[in-house]
Design a protein around this ligand. Structure first.
Ligand code: HPA
Length: 274
């Protein structure tokens, strides 16, 4: 990596390693309004992010700042309740810090979740969508500055998204619960504002199914670090111009709340199988 993350986050990583009660097999990052899944887990230890040296603080409504070490059905999990976004003004290395922490604690699986706007008409608010691919070019420059020169073997790793074993487990969990789960491509935008209807028309023409402001960079870096990565979107709204109503952040949080039960049960079933 161009940026020496081990040096930059030395205190942060040391603090977390010192306070980790176990090595989590699976790490999960919870997206906007999805934080309440954490309530269903047997939490062994919780670290409030504001007490972790050098850890960026989430400034976004709907994003609490906790790192939970939790157990469910014999599985050890690391759950990030609260995400760090590029649009909050943080650097790319801050944004991928949870990914780095998960890897340092030897998690082999990373499940990223996000709230997204539905572009494809087949996606309506409350739907779940496995991210089968990303449009991530808006973040390539920052990733190059972070990762620097990578060799061919590492370049090829980027193409392994999503990890088939992770997707298989998500689908098995959804089947078990008789939950419908759709699939689609996620268009990453830096934000901070929601898109304009014209931008959404363009994304639709290029084949994107949903749009959001997270996940793609975390998935790329996790691949770089050798983890198996999967991602799920909760569609919280129709993207700009897809429906007549103006979208707002409160609507995104509200949709998260409504779909919370469904989403939590899916993640719990996934954990059982992970
Ligand atoms: N656009 C971008 N990010 C989002 C959206 C959206 O419509 N909904 C939830 N996150």
């Amino acid at each position: 990596m161009n940026v020496d993350l081990n040096f930059k986050y030395k205190n942060t990583l040391e603090f977390i390693e010192r306070n980790a009660p176990f090595e989590p097999e699976v790490a999960i990052v919870l997206g906007s309004g999805l934080g309440d899944f954490a309530e269903s887990l047997n939490k062994i230890k919780t670290l409030p992010t504001e007490e972790i040296p050098g850890y960026p603080l989430s400034t976004v409504a709907g994003h609490k700042g906790f790192i939970h070490f939790a157990e469910y059905s014999g599985k050890k999990a690391l759950v990030f309740q609260g995400r760090i976004h590029f649009y909050e003004g943080y650097s790319i290395s801050d944004v991928i810090l949870p990914t780095l922490i998960a890897q340092k604690l030897n998690s082999t699986i990373l499940l990223l979740t996000n709230a997204a706007g539905g572009i494809n008409r087949k996606l309506k608010p409350g739907d779940l969508m496995i991210n089968v691919d990303f449009y991530s070019f808006f973040i390539k420059k920052e990733l190059s500055l972070l990762l620097g020169q990578v060799d061919v073997e590492i370049k090829n790793r980027f193409l392994k998204f999503p990890a088939p074993n992770v997707i298989k487990k998500i689908k098995e969990a959804a089947d078990w619960l008789s939950l419908e789960i759709k699939e689609g491509s996620y268009w990453y935008t830096k934000g901070p504002s929601y898109e304009t209807p014209a931008e959404i028309r363009m994304m639709k023409k290029f084949g994107a199914d949903a749009v959001g402001m997270s996940t793609a960079h975390e998935a790329i870096v996790a691949n770089y670090l050798g983890m198996d990565v999967g991602a799920i979107s909760l569609i919280t709204n129709y993207a700009a111009g897809i429906s007549q109503t103006k979208l707002n952040h409160e609507e995104v949080i509200e949709a998260g709340k409504l779909a919370e039960k469904k989403f939590s049960s899916l993640l719990l079933e996934f954990l059982k199988r992970a």
